[in-house]
Design a protein around this ligand. Structure first.
Ligand SMILES: Nc1nc2c(ncn2[C@@H]2O[C@H](COP(=O)(O)OP(=O)(O)OP(=O)(O)O)[C@@H](O)[C@H]2O)c(=O)[nH]1
Ligand SMILES: [Mg+2]
Length: 326
């Protein structure tokens, strides 16, 4: 434990030995920098710039060490703010490459990774958590992770309901993403930024909760991979993603060619059918014409109704006239 030469919430020298190191990560705009300010006791947001629009504010890794007083003792808390995932101004690759800097900034180890979500746990939160666990860190970082829901309505933070609501949130996250099973801790806070006495009070309550969590949930330190290792992993991911993309592109081209051939064959068959149908029609016409030109039969067959009744004429036998002799 350090004997901090500064007051609660005040910044310590960057080289001050940290008693606790926390990394705050998550999707852009979820309230990471606000969480860092709250953890530092800077309710006015004066240490970590908070964004106020859809575009990301934090564009790399920012770290400050501050004094925290808890239980009559002083601690040096190193707070590491990170660039948000799913940032519309950077590709995933760029975000990951900036996050690789964590390997340098946190080489002394990390006590807690605070994964910040905003309200409901979204699919972007899920992807961000996967990137954090698989690319930036290793899956075993889960044991050092806490999922923190910000923007929680005040009604859910009331003493009587917060435990049940937190458990319900944990179940919601686990349903959305089974991997968080390995993450044991879930917290719900609210860090409004309108500067009103009510919002400052909310941030103060949030800090109390956070400080207790950070100081008391002390386990061992998680040693992050080095910058070089993270970078190599990103390179590998990018090249395998590119290889997959190339295969998909090739397949698409093959399918396109096949469907073009199919279409050509279909059109040829259609043309052949048309041609045949025309030939058939011409033949049928000729047959009709030939029929029409056919001579009437030499002995016309008369219809039964118009046939004259031929009476049998009795054959008159020639009478033999005997010559009379006189
Ligand atoms: N009402 C309310 N506002 C919050 C809360 N948490 C953060 N904010 C505000 O939401 C905005 C975004 O918060 P930031 O802390 O800058 O978000 P971020 O995750 O650091 O964003 P990026 O740096 O862009 O990735 C800021 O104006 C914050 O003051 C919260 O719990 N409730
Ligand atoms: Mg930020």
């Amino acid at each position: 434990m350090a004997t901090a030469a500064c007051e609660d919430g005040k910044e310590c020298r960057p080289d001050a030995k940290a008693d606790r190191v926390i990394v705050v990560a998550g999707k852009t705009g979820n309230g990471k920098s606000a969480m860092c300010n709250v953890a530092a006791g800077r309710y006015d947001g004066s240490l970590f710039p908070e964004s106020n629009g859809p575009a990301s504010h934090t564009q790399g890794i920012t770290s400050h060490s501050v004094k925290v007083a808890y239980g009559g003792q002083d601690y040096v808390l190193k707070i590491v703010d990170t660039i948000g995932f799913a940032d519309n101004r950077f590709s995933n690759e760029q975000v990951l490459r900036l996050q690789a800097e964590l390997g340098n900034v946190c080489s002394e180890g990390i006590h807690q990774v605070l994964f910040v979500t905003k309200g409901r746990f979204t699919s972007e939160d899920k992807d961000s958590l996967n990137s954090l666990m698989d690319v930036v860190f290793q899956p075993d970082v889960a044991k050092f992770c806490t999922v923190i829901r910000t923007w929680t309505p005040a009604s859910e933070l009331a003493d009587g309901s917060v435990t049940a609501k937190t458990d319900a949130y944990k179940q919601e996250v686990i349903r959305a993403h089974f991997r968080v099973n390995e993450i044991s801790t879930f917290l719900m806070v609210s860090n409004p930024d309108d500067g009103s006495p009510a919002s400052i009070q909310m941030r103060q309550r949030s800090r109390q909760k956070l400080t207790e969590h950070i100081i008391l949930h002390y386990r061992s330190r998680y040693t992050p991979p080095t910058f070089a290792t993270i970078t190599a992993r990103i390179d590998q991911r990018i090249s395998s993603a590119k290889a997959k993309q190339d295969v998909a592109k090739k397949l698409t081209e093959q399918l396109k060619t096949k469907s073009e051939i199919d279409e050509r064959q279909r059109r040829d068959a259609e043309a052949r059918n048309k041609e045949l149908a025309e030939k058939n029609a011409a033949v049928a016409k000729k047959v009709e014409a030939a029929k029409a030109q056919q001579k009437p039969p030499s002995r016309p067959v008369l219809a039964a109704a118009s046939m004259p009744i031929v009476k049998k004429v009795p054959v008159v036998k020639k009478l033999k006239i005997k010559k009379l002799k006189f």
